[in-house]
Ligand binder design. Structure first.
Ligand code: ATP
Length: 274
């Protein structure tokens, strides 16, 4: 997987082809990204830039991959953070971190000779969730700073910034975030259907030794409800079973056992949180 590693503040080497399924989400995302690519034309027509794209969907469906592929597609520097980084920060520190993030995006792009940057914020609901009263003041400052930075994005800046955020709790978001000119493009990234599961399993077994009789389609049928992340985990578990047996290839049996393992894992995780 070395070719896919990401140097800090550089353009990720991961394209939309590395993401299995998600045809509709990918098409919608590319359509929005074309606004970034053709921003000079937008400027001529006085169209405002797309500043924020919200990816929503269950955990492990590839939202982070989509954000990275978006940066690759637009040849943008990629800067990333997660809402969870802002938990329990002192008042003012979160807002400062947001300022730094935008600064990092600008300087990172200039350093790499790129004229656009994508800032990815995973778990945006942590900083942008609805709340009542004045508790969580530290979060509010963080959110306000994010909105201020986004409001400041125009088409005539040297480095064009696009913020891509991900959440699996879109219904929880503060409406201030979703207003026009902020995160006004919403793309849902859903659990894969059978065909998509087949493709994802294909991608994650590409570099693994499979026995000739392995039927990936069968595994795709049996993994209804699995996310991309669970499918990746399944192929990894199957490879571990095969390695333990030491016969050099992954057999159908290993994949079937791995389905159970991943399902059991989920179950115990759920029980633990109950
Ligand atoms: P979370 O909401 O938990 O942050 P996410 O939606 O951002 O999850 P990713 O981090 O993009 O999910 O996916 C986790 C891993 O799952 C990826 O690194 C990849 O190995 C695998 N994966 C998920 N979806 C896909 C997909 N559509 N195609 C290929 N691999 C996938």
């Amino acid at each position: 997987q070395k070719k896919r590693t990401l140097k800090k503040d550089s353009v990720p080497n991961l394209s939309f082809e590395n993401i299995g399924g998600q045809q509709r989400s990918k098409a919608e995302l590319k359509e929005a990204l074309d606004f970034l690519i053709h921003r000079n034309k937008l400027r001529d027509y006085g169209i405002r830039p797309i500043k924020g794209i919200l990816l929503s969907g269950p955990p492990g469906t590839g939202k982070t991959l989509m954000a990275k592929a978006a940066a690759h597609y637009t040849d943008s520097v990629f800067v990333t953070t997660s809402g969870s980084e802002f938990v329990e920060m002192y008042v003012g520190v979160g807002a400062q971190r947001i300022r730094e993030l935008f600064q990092e995006a600008r300087t990172g792009a200039k350093k790499s000779n790129k004229n656009s940057a994508i800032i990815f914020i995973d778990e945006i609901d942590v900083i942008g969730g609805q709340r009542e009263g004045s508790q969580h003041r530290e979060y509010d400052q963080t959110l306000n700073q994010l909105l201020t930075e986004m409001d400041g994005i125009t088409t005539d800046q040297e480095v064009q910034i696009l913020v891509v955020a991900a959440t699996n709790r879109k219904d929880m978001l503060d409406s201030a975030l979703l207003r026009p000119g902020r995160f006004d493009r919403h793309i849902s990234v859903d659990l894969p259907d059978k065909k998509a599961r087949h493709m994802i399993l294909g991608l994650h077994t590409e570099n693994k030794p499979l026995a000739e009789d392995v039927e990936i389609e069968q595994i795709a049928t049996e993994t209804f409800g699995f996310s991309g992340a669970q499918l990746e985990s399944l192929t990894n578990e199957a490879a571990i079973y095969a390695m333990r047996e030491g016969n050099g290839v992954i057999q159908q049996m290993h994949l079937s056992q791995a389905i159970d393992k991943v399902m059991m894992g989920e179950k115990t995780d759920r029980e633990a949180t109950q």
